[in-house]
Ligand binder design. Structure first.
Ligand code: BEZ
Length: 211
């Protein structure tokens, strides 16, 4: 099944390193990030899990729960988490789904057979509190993800949700943002007390509203 932006994230019940959970209930009113790892005991995945664990505080601050998935068993995950602690210096502090029969990987189209017919690609799904998918990323097994980029896009999505703004190229937290085209100038004046610069009728820049 293809999961597209705006779709309700498919719900599922899964065995994880933190016990059995049902995804939507577990998310509650939080934002969520679901990301897949091709396989346990592989080098790139080991570095990624350590890095996600080290940055968990950044996700907590953003009211965002993170959850990983790998198509191996809970026993395998238990052995691997020891290696993650030993080599990356961070203990796993979020659930890792044991998707041995690939049910969830198939539900989220995380296996791309022309890349590899058994392992997942590196998928990232960011899900809003209404359970709708707001962002998808897909990396090949050989490229580790960039946690700064995951946090950056989460900040952008949360700003859009809260303030009717979009974020320009290479935007990072604290930079000016763009007034969405759907707002009239009068509405923008009322909404953005710091004002906005009108470079073109369709290109209006305002300081980041929550700074
Ligand atoms: C890795 O995590 O290092 C990896 C996994 C599958 C294929 C290639 C690399």
């Amino acid at each position: 099944m293809t999961v597209r932006l705006g779709d309700v994230a498919p719900d599922f019940t899964a065995e994880t390193t933190d016990g059995t959970l049902t995804f939507h209930d577990w998310l509650g009113d939080s934002w969520g990030i679901l990301f897949s790892h091709p396989k346990d005991f592989t080098p790139v995945c080991t570095t990624e899990l350590g890095a996600f664990a080290a940055r968990k505080g950044d996700f907590d601050k953003r009211n965002t729960k993170i959850i990983g998935l790998s198509v191996d068993s809970l026993d395998s995950h238990a052995g691997w988490t020891g290696d993650i602690l030993e080599t990356q210096g961070t203990a796993l502090n979020f659930p890792l789904i044991a998707d041995e029969n690939r049910t969830i990987a198939n539900l989220y189209d995380m296996i791309h057979p022309n890349a590899n017919d058994t392992l997942t690609v590196r998928s990232v799904f960011i899900i809003a509190p209404d359970k709708k998918v707001k962002l998808t990323l897909t990396y090949p097994a050989s490229t580790g993800r960039n946690i700064d980029e995951v946090v950056r896009v989460l900040d952008s999505l949360q700003l859009t949700a809260d303030y009717s703004v979009a974020t320009p190229v290479n935007w990072v937290d604290g930079n000016d943002v763009i007034v969405v085209p759907g707002l009239s100038d009068d509405e923008a004046t009322a909404k953005f007390p710091k004002g906005f610069k009108k470079l073109k009728p369709y290109l209006r820049i305002t300081p980041q509203p929550n700074k």
